[in-house]
Write a protein that binds this ligand. Structure first.
Ligand code: FAD
Ligand code: NAP
Length: 338
Protein backbone atom coordinates (compact mmCIF):
# COMPACT_ATOMS: atom_id res chain seq x y z
CA UNK A 1 0.00 0.00 0.00
CA UNK A 2 1.32 3.38 -0.97
CA UNK A 3 -0.11 6.31 1.00
CA UNK A 4 0.62 9.89 -0.08
CA UNK A 5 -0.67 13.15 1.35
CA UNK A 6 -1.35 16.52 -0.34
CA UNK A 7 -1.10 14.98 -3.78
CA UNK A 8 -1.33 17.08 -6.94
CA UNK A 9 -3.99 15.62 -9.24
CA UNK A 10 -2.70 17.41 -12.36
CA UNK A 11 -1.36 14.18 -13.87
CA UNK A 12 -4.32 12.16 -12.58
CA UNK A 13 -7.00 13.94 -14.61
CA UNK A 14 -6.94 14.42 -18.38
CA UNK A 15 -8.33 17.98 -18.09
CA UNK A 16 -4.95 18.69 -16.49
CA UNK A 17 -6.61 20.64 -13.69
CA UNK A 18 -4.20 21.39 -10.85
CA UNK A 19 -6.27 20.30 -7.83
CA UNK A 20 -4.84 18.74 -4.71
CA UNK A 21 -6.14 15.63 -2.89
CA UNK A 22 -5.77 15.22 0.85
CA UNK A 23 -4.66 11.56 0.53
CA UNK A 24 -4.07 9.08 -2.29
CA UNK A 25 -3.80 5.38 -1.47
CA UNK A 26 -2.60 2.93 -4.13
CA UNK A 27 -3.59 -0.68 -3.48
CA UNK A 28 -2.16 -3.78 -5.07
CA UNK A 29 -2.20 -6.75 -2.72
CA UNK A 30 -4.69 -8.62 -0.52
CA UNK A 31 -3.00 -7.34 2.64
CA UNK A 32 -3.57 -3.75 1.40
CA UNK A 33 -7.32 -4.41 1.31
CA UNK A 34 -7.42 -5.83 4.80
CA UNK A 35 -6.08 -2.51 6.14
CA UNK A 36 -8.43 -0.39 4.10
CA UNK A 37 -11.55 -0.06 6.28
CA UNK A 38 -9.49 1.29 9.20
CA UNK A 39 -7.87 3.86 6.92
CA UNK A 40 -11.18 4.87 5.33
CA UNK A 41 -12.80 5.58 8.71
CA UNK A 42 -10.67 8.73 8.98
CA UNK A 43 -12.19 10.36 5.90
CA UNK A 44 -15.65 11.81 5.33
CA UNK A 45 -15.49 11.21 1.55
CA UNK A 46 -13.63 8.99 -0.86
CA UNK A 47 -13.42 8.40 -4.56
CA UNK A 48 -11.94 5.68 -6.76
CA UNK A 49 -9.74 6.84 -9.61
CA UNK A 50 -8.42 5.18 -12.77
CA UNK A 51 -6.64 7.40 -15.30
CA UNK A 52 -8.89 10.42 -14.63
CA UNK A 53 -10.22 10.69 -18.19
CA UNK A 54 -13.84 11.10 -17.17
CA UNK A 55 -13.51 13.37 -14.13
CA UNK A 56 -13.57 17.10 -13.38
CA UNK A 57 -12.15 18.41 -10.11
CA UNK A 58 -13.77 21.80 -9.53
CA UNK A 59 -11.93 22.32 -6.22
CA UNK A 60 -9.28 20.53 -4.20
CA UNK A 61 -10.47 17.10 -3.06
CA UNK A 62 -10.57 17.07 0.73
CA UNK A 63 -10.84 13.32 1.11
CA UNK A 64 -9.32 9.96 0.23
CA UNK A 65 -8.63 8.81 -3.32
CA UNK A 66 -8.25 5.06 -3.92
CA UNK A 67 -6.40 3.64 -6.90
CA UNK A 68 -6.04 -0.06 -7.74
CA UNK A 69 -2.68 -1.07 -9.21
CA UNK A 70 -3.47 -4.46 -10.71
CA UNK A 71 -2.19 -5.72 -14.06
CA UNK A 72 -3.19 -8.98 -15.68
CA UNK A 73 -3.83 -10.65 -19.02
CA UNK A 74 -5.00 -14.19 -18.69
CA UNK A 75 -7.00 -16.55 -20.85
CA UNK A 76 -9.42 -18.13 -18.39
CA UNK A 77 -11.37 -20.42 -20.69
CA UNK A 78 -11.66 -21.27 -24.34
CA UNK A 79 -14.40 -22.86 -26.43
CA UNK A 80 -14.68 -23.44 -30.19
CA UNK A 81 -16.17 -19.96 -30.75
CA UNK A 82 -15.23 -17.86 -27.75
CA UNK A 83 -12.52 -17.02 -25.27
CA UNK A 84 -12.74 -15.57 -21.75
CA UNK A 85 -9.92 -13.12 -21.03
CA UNK A 86 -9.30 -11.47 -17.68
CA UNK A 87 -7.55 -8.09 -17.43
CA UNK A 88 -6.39 -6.03 -14.46
CA UNK A 89 -8.10 -2.81 -13.33
CA UNK A 90 -5.08 -0.61 -13.96
CA UNK A 91 -4.33 -1.99 -17.41
CA UNK A 92 -4.59 0.62 -20.14
CA UNK A 93 -7.83 0.02 -22.05
CA UNK A 94 -6.52 0.72 -25.54
CA UNK A 95 -3.42 -1.45 -25.05
CA UNK A 96 -5.67 -4.25 -23.82
CA UNK A 97 -7.88 -3.93 -26.91
CA UNK A 98 -4.82 -4.04 -29.20
CA UNK A 99 -3.48 -7.13 -27.44
CA UNK A 100 -6.76 -9.04 -27.79
CA UNK A 101 -6.81 -8.20 -31.50
CA UNK A 102 -3.18 -9.19 -31.98
CA UNK A 103 -3.99 -12.51 -30.29
CA UNK A 104 -6.74 -13.12 -32.84
CA UNK A 105 -9.83 -12.32 -30.73
CA UNK A 106 -12.42 -9.82 -31.92
CA UNK A 107 -15.26 -7.82 -30.38
CA UNK A 108 -13.53 -4.78 -28.91
CA UNK A 109 -12.26 -3.26 -32.19
CA UNK A 110 -14.87 -0.44 -32.25
CA UNK A 111 -13.75 0.57 -28.74
CA UNK A 112 -10.12 1.19 -29.72
CA UNK A 113 -8.40 4.37 -28.57
CA UNK A 114 -10.80 5.14 -25.71
CA UNK A 115 -8.59 6.60 -22.98
CA UNK A 116 -8.50 5.19 -19.46
CA UNK A 117 -8.21 1.91 -17.62
CA UNK A 118 -9.86 -1.50 -17.87
CA UNK A 119 -11.24 -1.04 -14.32
CA UNK A 120 -13.18 2.10 -15.24
CA UNK A 121 -14.59 0.70 -18.49
CA UNK A 122 -17.62 -1.04 -16.89
CA UNK A 123 -18.44 2.06 -14.80
CA UNK A 124 -19.98 3.98 -17.67
CA UNK A 125 -20.33 0.93 -19.93
CA UNK A 126 -18.01 2.62 -22.41
CA UNK A 127 -19.36 2.82 -25.91
CA UNK A 128 -18.36 3.97 -29.38
CA UNK A 129 -19.36 3.31 -33.00
CA UNK A 130 -22.32 1.14 -32.10
CA UNK A 131 -20.64 -1.16 -29.57
CA UNK A 132 -20.94 -0.94 -25.79
CA UNK A 133 -18.69 -2.76 -23.36
CA UNK A 134 -21.61 -4.84 -22.04
CA UNK A 135 -21.72 -6.77 -25.34
CA UNK A 136 -18.41 -8.45 -24.45
CA UNK A 137 -18.53 -8.25 -20.66
CA UNK A 138 -18.54 -11.54 -18.79
CA UNK A 139 -17.92 -10.77 -15.09
CA UNK A 140 -15.75 -8.76 -12.75
CA UNK A 141 -14.08 -9.06 -9.41
CA UNK A 142 -14.40 -6.14 -7.02
CA UNK A 143 -13.75 -5.16 -3.45
CA UNK A 144 -17.03 -4.15 -1.78
CA UNK A 145 -16.06 -1.15 0.33
CA UNK A 146 -19.36 -1.33 2.27
CA UNK A 147 -18.83 -4.87 3.51
CA UNK A 148 -15.05 -5.27 3.25
CA UNK A 149 -15.37 -8.41 1.10
CA UNK A 150 -14.32 -9.49 -2.36
CA UNK A 151 -17.26 -10.11 -4.70
CA UNK A 152 -17.83 -11.38 -8.23
CA UNK A 153 -20.43 -9.50 -10.26
CA UNK A 154 -22.05 -10.98 -13.35
CA UNK A 155 -23.39 -9.04 -16.29
CA UNK A 156 -26.90 -8.83 -14.83
CA UNK A 157 -25.52 -7.71 -11.45
CA UNK A 158 -23.85 -4.78 -13.22
CA UNK A 159 -27.20 -3.36 -14.52
CA UNK A 160 -25.64 -1.88 -17.63
CA UNK A 161 -27.46 0.85 -19.53
CA UNK A 162 -26.54 3.69 -21.90
CA UNK A 163 -23.36 5.10 -20.29
CA UNK A 164 -24.67 3.64 -17.05
CA UNK A 165 -24.17 0.76 -14.61
CA UNK A 166 -24.58 -0.18 -10.96
CA UNK A 167 -21.25 1.56 -10.35
CA UNK A 168 -22.90 4.89 -11.16
CA UNK A 169 -26.01 3.99 -9.17
CA UNK A 170 -24.14 2.80 -6.06
CA UNK A 171 -21.32 5.31 -6.38
CA UNK A 172 -18.01 4.55 -4.60
CA UNK A 173 -19.15 1.14 -3.32
CA UNK A 174 -17.20 -1.26 -5.53
CA UNK A 175 -13.49 -1.00 -6.20
CA UNK A 176 -13.10 -2.99 -9.42
CA UNK A 177 -10.00 -5.22 -9.42
CA UNK A 178 -10.26 -7.45 -12.51
CA UNK A 179 -12.61 -7.67 -15.46
CA UNK A 180 -13.33 -10.74 -17.63
CA UNK A 181 -14.45 -10.33 -21.25
CA UNK A 182 -16.00 -12.80 -23.65
CA UNK A 183 -14.48 -12.35 -27.09
CA UNK A 184 -15.10 -13.94 -30.47
CA UNK A 185 -12.85 -16.25 -32.41
CA UNK A 186 -14.63 -15.37 -35.64
CA UNK A 187 -15.19 -11.81 -36.80
CA UNK A 188 -18.67 -10.25 -36.59
CA UNK A 189 -18.21 -6.68 -37.87
CA UNK A 190 -20.34 -3.81 -36.53
CA UNK A 191 -20.04 -1.12 -39.19
CA UNK A 192 -23.41 0.69 -38.95
CA UNK A 193 -21.94 4.06 -37.97
CA UNK A 194 -21.60 6.45 -40.95
CA UNK A 195 -17.80 6.71 -41.17
CA UNK A 196 -17.30 2.94 -40.78
CA UNK A 197 -20.05 2.23 -43.31
CA UNK A 198 -18.31 4.49 -45.83
CA UNK A 199 -15.07 2.55 -45.52
CA UNK A 200 -16.28 -1.03 -45.19
CA UNK A 201 -19.75 -1.32 -46.73
CA UNK A 202 -18.47 -1.86 -50.25
CA UNK A 203 -15.81 -4.33 -49.20
CA UNK A 204 -16.38 -8.04 -49.61
CA UNK A 205 -16.81 -9.89 -46.33
CA UNK A 206 -13.58 -11.66 -45.51
CA UNK A 207 -11.44 -9.03 -47.24
CA UNK A 208 -10.98 -7.09 -44.02
CA UNK A 209 -10.73 -8.02 -40.35
CA UNK A 210 -11.10 -6.59 -36.85
CA UNK A 211 -7.65 -4.99 -36.92
CA UNK A 212 -8.68 -3.04 -40.03
CA UNK A 213 -11.79 -1.81 -38.21
CA UNK A 214 -9.72 -0.83 -35.16
CA UNK A 215 -7.26 1.05 -37.39
CA UNK A 216 -10.13 2.93 -39.07
CA UNK A 217 -11.67 3.80 -35.68
CA UNK A 218 -8.26 5.07 -34.51
CA UNK A 219 -7.86 7.14 -37.68
CA UNK A 220 -11.32 8.75 -37.35
CA UNK A 221 -10.87 9.44 -33.65
CA UNK A 222 -7.43 10.96 -34.12
CA UNK A 223 -8.78 13.24 -36.86
CA UNK A 224 -11.60 14.78 -34.81
CA UNK A 225 -10.96 14.31 -31.09
CA UNK A 226 -8.40 16.30 -29.11
CA UNK A 227 -5.57 14.21 -27.70
CA UNK A 228 -5.67 14.75 -23.92
CA UNK A 229 -1.87 14.58 -23.75
CA UNK A 230 -1.68 17.79 -25.78
CA UNK A 231 -5.06 19.47 -25.09
CA UNK A 232 -6.76 18.77 -21.75
CA UNK A 233 -10.24 17.24 -22.07
CA UNK A 234 -12.41 14.40 -20.79
CA UNK A 235 -14.12 13.36 -24.03
CA UNK A 236 -17.85 14.08 -24.36
CA UNK A 237 -18.75 16.34 -21.49
CA UNK A 238 -22.50 15.69 -21.78
CA UNK A 239 -24.60 12.61 -22.50
CA UNK A 240 -26.78 12.52 -25.60
CA UNK A 241 -30.30 13.39 -24.35
CA UNK A 242 -33.15 10.96 -24.94
CA UNK A 243 -36.67 12.37 -25.62
CA UNK A 244 -40.15 11.07 -26.42
CA UNK A 245 -41.95 11.43 -29.76
CA UNK A 246 -43.88 14.56 -28.76
CA UNK A 247 -40.71 16.40 -27.82
CA UNK A 248 -38.95 15.09 -30.94
CA UNK A 249 -41.77 16.37 -33.18
CA UNK A 250 -41.76 19.76 -31.45
CA UNK A 251 -37.99 20.08 -32.00
CA UNK A 252 -38.15 18.84 -35.60
CA UNK A 253 -40.71 21.48 -36.52
CA UNK A 254 -38.42 24.26 -35.23
CA UNK A 255 -35.12 22.65 -36.31
CA UNK A 256 -35.72 20.52 -39.43
CA UNK A 257 -32.05 19.42 -39.65
CA UNK A 258 -32.08 18.05 -36.08
CA UNK A 259 -29.95 14.88 -35.76
CA UNK A 260 -31.64 12.05 -33.89
CA UNK A 261 -31.61 8.25 -33.73
CA UNK A 262 -34.14 5.59 -32.72
CA UNK A 263 -33.24 3.71 -29.55
CA UNK A 264 -34.15 0.14 -28.68
CA UNK A 265 -36.83 1.49 -26.33
CA UNK A 266 -40.22 2.38 -27.80
CA UNK A 267 -41.01 6.11 -27.99
CA UNK A 268 -37.45 7.10 -26.98
CA UNK A 269 -35.21 8.99 -29.41
CA UNK A 270 -31.57 9.90 -28.88
CA UNK A 271 -30.50 13.40 -29.93
CA UNK A 272 -26.90 14.21 -30.87
CA UNK A 273 -25.92 16.61 -28.05
CA UNK A 274 -22.95 17.82 -30.12
CA UNK A 275 -25.34 19.00 -32.85
CA UNK A 276 -27.54 20.88 -30.32
CA UNK A 277 -24.49 22.78 -29.01
CA UNK A 278 -22.96 23.32 -32.43
CA UNK A 279 -26.22 24.74 -33.84
CA UNK A 280 -26.03 27.48 -31.16
CA UNK A 281 -22.71 28.63 -32.61
CA UNK A 282 -20.83 27.55 -29.50
CA UNK A 283 -18.14 25.51 -31.24
CA UNK A 284 -14.88 27.33 -30.48
CA UNK A 285 -16.51 29.45 -27.75
CA UNK A 286 -14.09 30.25 -24.90
CA UNK A 287 -14.21 31.64 -21.41
CA UNK A 288 -10.55 32.30 -20.72
CA UNK A 289 -8.67 29.02 -21.13
CA UNK A 290 -11.82 26.88 -20.92
CA UNK A 291 -13.35 26.24 -24.32
CA UNK A 292 -15.82 24.30 -26.43
CA UNK A 293 -13.64 22.27 -28.80
CA UNK A 294 -13.38 23.69 -32.32
CA UNK A 295 -14.01 20.35 -34.08
CA UNK A 296 -16.41 18.61 -31.68
CA UNK A 297 -18.82 20.76 -29.66
CA UNK A 298 -19.53 18.01 -27.15
CA UNK A 299 -15.96 18.16 -25.86
CA UNK A 300 -14.86 20.89 -23.44
CA UNK A 301 -11.15 21.61 -23.38
CA UNK A 302 -8.49 23.23 -21.22
CA UNK A 303 -6.28 25.44 -23.39
CA UNK A 304 -3.68 25.53 -20.64
CA UNK A 305 -4.47 27.40 -17.49
CA UNK A 306 -8.17 26.78 -16.99
CA UNK A 307 -9.12 25.82 -13.46
CA UNK A 308 -11.74 23.22 -12.66
CA UNK A 309 -14.05 26.11 -11.74
CA UNK A 310 -13.54 27.72 -15.20
CA UNK A 311 -14.45 24.47 -16.99
CA UNK A 312 -17.40 23.91 -14.68
CA UNK A 313 -18.73 27.44 -15.32
CA UNK A 314 -18.34 26.93 -19.08
CA UNK A 315 -20.33 23.68 -18.78
CA UNK A 316 -23.11 25.54 -16.94
CA UNK A 317 -23.30 28.20 -19.64
CA UNK A 318 -23.53 25.52 -22.36
CA UNK A 319 -26.28 23.76 -20.38
CA UNK A 320 -28.18 27.04 -19.99
CA UNK A 321 -27.93 27.93 -23.69
CA UNK A 322 -29.20 24.46 -24.67
CA UNK A 323 -32.04 24.63 -22.17
CA UNK A 324 -33.07 28.16 -23.22
CA UNK A 325 -33.25 27.22 -26.92
CA UNK A 326 -34.44 23.60 -26.95
CA UNK A 327 -35.94 23.10 -23.48
CA UNK A 328 -33.55 20.20 -22.90
CA UNK A 329 -31.48 19.64 -19.79
CA UNK A 330 -28.08 18.26 -20.81
CA UNK A 331 -26.75 15.83 -18.20
CA UNK A 332 -22.98 15.74 -17.66
CA UNK A 333 -21.33 12.46 -18.60
CA UNK A 334 -18.13 13.55 -16.86
CA UNK A 335 -18.14 12.98 -13.10
CA UNK A 336 -17.86 16.36 -11.39
CA UNK A 337 -16.36 16.82 -7.90
CA UNK A 338 -17.20 20.07 -6.11
P1 FAD B 1 -11.62 7.73 -14.35
O1 FAD B 1 -11.89 8.97 -15.14
O2 FAD B 1 -10.45 7.74 -13.43
O3 FAD B 1 -12.93 7.34 -13.55
C1 FAD B 1 -14.18 7.31 -14.20
C2 FAD B 1 -15.22 6.72 -13.25
O4 FAD B 1 -14.88 5.36 -12.97
C3 FAD B 1 -15.24 7.41 -11.89
O5 FAD B 1 -16.57 7.38 -11.43
C4 FAD B 1 -14.37 6.53 -11.02
O6 FAD B 1 -14.72 6.61 -9.65
C5 FAD B 1 -14.67 5.15 -11.58
N1 FAD B 1 -13.57 4.19 -11.47
C6 FAD B 1 -12.33 4.29 -12.05
N2 FAD B 1 -11.61 3.18 -11.79
C7 FAD B 1 -12.40 2.37 -11.03
C8 FAD B 1 -12.21 1.10 -10.41
N3 FAD B 1 -11.08 0.39 -10.52
N4 FAD B 1 -13.23 0.58 -9.67
C9 FAD B 1 -14.40 1.26 -9.54
N5 FAD B 1 -14.62 2.47 -10.08
C10 FAD B 1 -13.64 3.02 -10.82
N6 FAD B 1 -16.01 7.17 -23.06
C11 FAD B 1 -16.80 6.36 -23.80
O7 FAD B 1 -17.68 5.68 -23.24
N7 FAD B 1 -16.68 6.29 -25.14
C12 FAD B 1 -15.76 6.99 -25.82
O8 FAD B 1 -15.67 6.87 -27.04
C13 FAD B 1 -14.90 7.87 -25.08
N8 FAD B 1 -14.01 8.65 -25.70
C14 FAD B 1 -13.21 9.49 -24.99
C15 FAD B 1 -12.29 10.29 -25.67
C16 FAD B 1 -11.46 11.13 -24.98
C17 FAD B 1 -10.46 11.99 -25.74
C18 FAD B 1 -11.52 11.17 -23.55
C19 FAD B 1 -10.56 12.04 -22.79
C20 FAD B 1 -12.45 10.41 -22.87
C21 FAD B 1 -13.31 9.57 -23.59
N9 FAD B 1 -14.27 8.77 -22.94
C22 FAD B 1 -15.07 7.92 -23.67
C23 FAD B 1 -14.41 8.82 -21.47
C24 FAD B 1 -13.37 7.90 -20.73
O9 FAD B 1 -12.34 7.51 -21.60
C25 FAD B 1 -14.03 6.66 -20.15
O10 FAD B 1 -15.07 6.99 -19.28
C26 FAD B 1 -13.02 5.77 -19.41
O11 FAD B 1 -13.61 4.52 -19.09
C27 FAD B 1 -12.50 6.42 -18.13
O12 FAD B 1 -11.43 5.64 -17.64
P2 FAD B 1 -10.48 6.18 -16.49
O13 FAD B 1 -9.60 5.06 -16.07
O14 FAD B 1 -9.80 7.41 -16.94
O15 FAD B 1 -11.52 6.50 -15.33
P1 NAP C 1 -20.52 11.15 -34.49
O1 NAP C 1 -20.11 9.95 -35.28
O2 NAP C 1 -20.28 12.51 -35.06
O3 NAP C 1 -22.05 11.00 -34.10
C1 NAP C 1 -22.69 12.00 -33.29
C2 NAP C 1 -23.63 11.31 -32.33
O4 NAP C 1 -24.63 10.64 -33.08
C3 NAP C 1 -22.91 10.30 -31.50
O5 NAP C 1 -22.94 10.77 -30.19
C4 NAP C 1 -23.65 8.99 -31.68
O6 NAP C 1 -24.23 8.48 -30.49
C5 NAP C 1 -24.78 9.32 -32.61
N1 NAP C 1 -24.75 8.39 -33.78
C6 NAP C 1 -24.00 8.50 -34.91
N2 NAP C 1 -24.30 7.49 -35.75
C7 NAP C 1 -25.21 6.71 -35.14
C8 NAP C 1 -25.89 5.51 -35.50
N3 NAP C 1 -25.69 4.92 -36.68
N4 NAP C 1 -26.74 4.98 -34.60
C9 NAP C 1 -26.96 5.55 -33.41
N5 NAP C 1 -26.35 6.70 -33.01
C10 NAP C 1 -25.50 7.28 -33.87
O7 NAP C 1 -19.84 11.10 -33.04
P2 NAP C 1 -18.36 11.35 -32.59
O8 NAP C 1 -18.36 12.43 -31.61
O9 NAP C 1 -17.42 11.39 -33.76
O10 NAP C 1 -18.09 9.98 -31.79
C11 NAP C 1 -18.01 8.76 -32.45
C12 NAP C 1 -18.27 7.63 -31.46
O11 NAP C 1 -17.30 7.70 -30.41
C13 NAP C 1 -19.64 7.74 -30.78
O12 NAP C 1 -20.14 6.46 -30.59
C14 NAP C 1 -19.34 8.42 -29.47
O13 NAP C 1 -20.22 8.01 -28.43
C15 NAP C 1 -17.93 7.92 -29.17
N6 NAP C 1 -17.22 8.95 -28.39
C16 NAP C 1 -17.53 9.05 -27.07
C17 NAP C 1 -16.88 9.98 -26.28
C18 NAP C 1 -17.17 10.05 -24.80
O14 NAP C 1 -16.41 10.69 -24.09
N7 NAP C 1 -18.19 9.40 -24.33
C19 NAP C 1 -15.94 10.82 -26.83
C20 NAP C 1 -15.70 10.72 -28.18
C21 NAP C 1 -16.33 9.76 -28.97
P3 NAP C 1 -23.46 7.62 -29.39
O15 NAP C 1 -22.59 8.61 -28.67
O16 NAP C 1 -24.57 7.09 -28.55
O17 NAP C 1 -22.68 6.56 -30.07
Amino acid sequence: MLEENSVSLKKLNTFGVDSVARTLITLSSDSDFSLLSKKMAKYSRHLIIGAGSNLLFVNDFDGLILKAEINNYEIKEETKDHVLIEAGASDNWHQFVLRTLADGYSGLENLALIPGTVGAAPVQNIGAYGVELEKHFYSLEAYDLNTGTRVTLTKSDCKFGYRDSIFKQEVNRYLILKVTFILNKSFEPVIDYGPLQLTFNNKIEGSYGPIDVAKEVMKIRASKLPDPTTLGNAGSFFKNPVVDKDKLDELKSSFPSLIYYDTEVENRYKLAAGWLIDRLGLRGYRIGDAGVHEMQALVLVNYGRATGQDIYELSLSVQKAVNDTYGINLEPEVRIFR
